[in-house]
Design a protein around this ligand. Sequence first.
Ligand SMILES: [Zn+2]
Length: 90
Amino acid sequence: MAVIPSDQHITYQLQFRKCGKPSCSTCRTGQGHGPYWYAYWRQGSRLRSGYIGKVRPAGCKQGNPTEKKQKSTVAKTAEYSKASAAPALM
Ligand SMILES: [Zn+2]
């Protein structure tokens, strides 16, 4: 596994991962396992990545992942009500 350098510009991303096991209900029914934090940085011309874990890295300036999740749920709900309201207007 790659060692995350401290002298590079690191981009942090919260991602789900699928284990690929056909018997895994977590991957079959959802987005996979996680979310886990991953670090991305450039090494020369190559993009490297490193696994961090469930804990948000100290250098990450992104917001709380649960906060983000709530926002997207609200957006989806708004979209849905708009779509269902459209036929009634016509
Ligand atoms: Zn799985």
